[in-house]
Ligand binder design. Sequence first.
Ligand code: C2E
Ligand code: MG
Ligand code: MG
Length: 709
Amino acid sequence: MPKRSRTPPDWQDLQNRIIGLGEDSLKKSHYPELRERLKELERFHSLLDLASDILLVIDVESGRIVDWNVAARSALGHAVPPTLEAIDGNDIRAALGTAGRKNLLTSLRHADGHRFPVEIAISIETDIGQRRAIVVGRDISERLETERRLRLAATVFDNSLDGVMVVSPGGDIVAVNPAFSRITGFAAAEAVGLSVSALRSPRQNEEFIRAMWNSVRKKGFWRGELWTAKKTGEPLPLWLAVSTVRDETGATTEYVCAFSDITRIKESESRLEYLTHHDPLTQFPNRLMLVSALEQALLRSRHADRLVALLFIDIDRFKTINDTLGHQAGDQLLQAVAARISLAVRDTGLVAHMSGDEFAVMLENLDTADEAAKAARRILLAFADPFDLDGFEAFVSLSVGVSLAPLHGQSAAALMRNCDSAVHQAKEEGGNRFRVYTRDLTKTAFKNLQIETSLRRSIENGDMELYYQPQFRLEDGSLCGAEALVRWRHPKRGIIPPDVFIPRAEETGLIVPLGRRLLLDACHRAKSWLDKGLAVVPVAVNVSGVQILGSPIAETVAEALSLSGLPSRLLKLEITESFAMRGTTESLDRLQALRALGVELAVDDFGTGYASLAYLRELPVSIIKIDREFVRNVPAHRGDCAIIEAIVAMAHGLGLLVVAEGVETEEQKAFLKRVGCDVMQGYLSGKPVTAAAFENDVLVPARAALAQG
Ligand code: C2E
Ligand code: MG
Ligand code: MG
């Protein structure tokens, strides 16, 4: 092994010589010492090249980069070592003046001009009189980006209005945000380390929770409503979204649960639920509740082979009693009547207060029709004794109509219709009696058949015409939309309203070609208004559930839009609440396909069916239209006022726009405006009129008003 010379060779000189010699001559070199040195140098270089960090050797005196590694070459993009100026290395140059080791954060410039952040360590060494700086740098663009993202995530986490908690796979709370503490009452320090079960509420059954976690494990996420409890134990309804975080191998590292407090919405929902199903005066179930109970009973009876009876009860000459004794005594009497009917049927049936002086009783599980008659007799008997109205004795008698399923009909609607004619019969015969419905169906069936034939012909002939009814913003009275409503111009019978023929068109499937045609008409009409430069507002078209499920509705709508050239934002579709609330994935898919076309969806006749909040949130709808049944009696009817207020609060909580239908009086309008309803539609501000009339009497003046500012 050759001895090392005492004076180490000049590195610079050595390098120059190597470069000067070239590869071939190097190999031939006979200087053992030089060879040894070269090997050392090679080793040194291959070590440097292995490093992923940028390495630069700089001559302090001249500021020249005298050596570098592969990583430096590719990071800087130069073929030969560049000058410090070329890479914007001013910070490095400045550091050369100081002695010892130094760390700094700076940025360097690539040959293509882009700059990148680097973290640099510089150490100055003196080697045989020459001062050299060894610069080790690391590109930290990625790290900075990750840090920025983390900071952003942390800001969102901290400032989100939604509660967020991070849960370990074992079910322990790992982290929570301030909103979590605000909503649940658990401070962050208390919550972290607790098991999620600390938030459980007895209101939520275990099975539901298990199913929820199963879904999370299987699909990676879960969304829905859930009852939990606050720290105080107070029940807390949440809208919760759980998602899974996984590592590179796919293993679950944690669950992120984001939630919002829906207490307020729940309150208005259950209030609404109660209000919509009970009479505000007697607190008895109302017509809506009776109908749904009846439907349930009919379903059950089908399997049980038993009868269901419906009794309609009407107070004889109630108007006279009311007028003589005054409204207050009238109200008192109604309450007493309800109580007495209820006593008479005891717990064998459901008693409902339908409206005014009309009551109903539903009896289930009957073996014979005679049992219904017995119940009717018992009720009539219960009214033999007078009522005591503040010392005044009032004798009250009743008229009762009875119909039975399946004898007189299989559906709630049919039973109710039949019950109605039976009670009329009892009234006509002088009251204080009951009548059981008798069949007289032939006439109605015949009428239906006639409608179907001429309906088919009329659709083909184009006898169907759309009328337009304007909608106005309650805030400032400006025009904001129009609803297209179909009219049948019957050659002989004149104009027939849709309520008469739409149900028939649905049953026969004729609604599909009819609806398609109307959609096209409405789109063409709206486009013509757009082309005329009129103040154009969206046109809402009613679509039946049969069209949505029984025909390729999204294609039909897309076709109508493209044939007419109408922008999708100028078309809205109204679907009935009963259809919207079906809750099948199929109907949801169809609605989403419609929404994807850019067409807004409205839930029509809202309040008449079962508005499940959880489901409404899932629907791609943005507008709800309060049914005119509720608008009719405001502001006089306190119950309806409360319903409307609750609907508005709930809808706004969900970010939905609220339209009130059937507004006929200034009082109704004032009330709606006061409770924050957004839009009104009704005879007060405009009846449905022909397209020509709508153009001349609504759109043209609206444009003029707009021009005046
Ligand atoms: P809807 O969609 O709820 O339409 C509102 C109904 O309220 C219309 O009845 C309208 O004329 C009426 N209306 C508007 N303002 C007032 C008011 O201030 N007071 C009163 N009393 N009524 C008012 P119309 O035109 O008879 O339509 C009845 C129903 O027929 C509609 O209810 C809708 O469900 C259906 N319908 C109408 N056109 C179509 C259609 O093109 N396709 C489908 N599938 N259904 C339609
Ligand atoms: Mg409508
Ligand atoms: Mg409606």
